[in-house]
Write a protein that binds this ligand. Structure first.
Ligand SMILES: [Zn+2]
Length: 271
């Protein structure tokens, strides 16, 4: 039995009081790998420091679209330096956020594109965040994102960059079936989070997708799954997501664990 949580903000202050206990419970729940994404330069560094402290922890470095104000002339150089660290396995989380709209769309797109170029140069996959205005199931944000990802992966293919076969993950996927299909067509994985345990639209969406394209993630401390809703989320709860996917896909939990663990290892190149 082995589980992977491919998205946990373990550097969040909500874990300050009991981080060691959180990791112990994760181990007891069978989790062997956790990816901690960065959202700013300082949180990317915090993720790397944490990753150094435990064998099951890995980090991603990147600037989240709601933190685009942290992106300036020196950011790419700083991220490039961080990415040299052996525990950094991805660039992320990066993307577009038209829900909070904390930076103009054009600037968000520029910040995303430049980080995608960096990922291509470094051969690191990307962890993508996207959120529509008003949380619509589909809209401008998905359209803009898919266009950018399509252009990027086409360029990777043109350069024979092996990253074209494993470009990244659309984390905590909440888009439409059409967006899911197009992302899978570009060889992206889709990250499944807590809402799959209680949202019918997500259940229907993931039930129609092959296990080979799915990753399971908590996005802790946010997005707690049933039966932990309303509480702080933590990596041990990723088990509830695996259980739900097994039900939806009518397969065994062991199959879901094995597939999602293999998918994560392939995407992030860890043992
Ligand atoms: Zn996140």
């Amino acid at each position: 039995m082995t589980l992977t949580d491919t998205h946990c903000h373990l550097d969040s202050s909500e874990f300050d009081a009991d981080r060691a206990g959180v990791l112990l419970r994760a181990e007891q729940a069978g989790i062997t790998r956790i990816l901690i994404p960065g959202v700013t330069r300082s949180s990317s560094l915090a993720a790397i420091r944490l990753a150094e402290s435990h064998k099951m922890l890995f980090a991603a470095a990147g600037i989240h679209p709601t933190e685009a104000a942290d992106f300036d002339g020196s950011t790419l150089g700083d991220l490039r330096k961080m990415a040299q660290h052996p525990k950094v396995k991805a660039i992320g989380e990066i993307g577009l956020d038209y829900y909070w709209d904390s930076a103009p769309h054009g600037f968000q797109q520029k910040v995303l594109k430049e980080q995608l170029e960096l990922a291509g140069e470094l051969g690191l996959p990307v962890v993508i965040h996207f959120r529509e205005k008003g949380d619509a199931p589909d809209g401008e944000c998905a359209q803009d994102l898919l266009k950018i990802l399509q252009d990027w992966t086409e360029r990777l293919r043109g350069e024979n960059n092996p990253l074209a076969e494993r470009p990244g993950v659309l984390h905590s996927f909440s888009g439409s079936a059409e967006t899911a299909g197009r992302a899978v067509g570009l060889h992206f994985y889709l990250g499944v989070t807590g809402p799959v345990t209680h949202q019918k639209t997500r259940q229907e969406l993931f039930a129609a997708l092959p296990c080979e394209r799915l990753l399971i993630e908590t996005d802790a401390p946010y997005m707690s799954p049933v039966p932990q809703r309303g509480k702080r989320n933590e990596p041990a709860f990723v088990r509830h997501i695996a259980d739900k996917i097994a039900l939806l896909l009518s397969c065994s939990v062991e199959e879901v664990e094995a597939a999602t663990t293999t998918n994560a290892a392939r995407l992030f190149s860890w043992e």
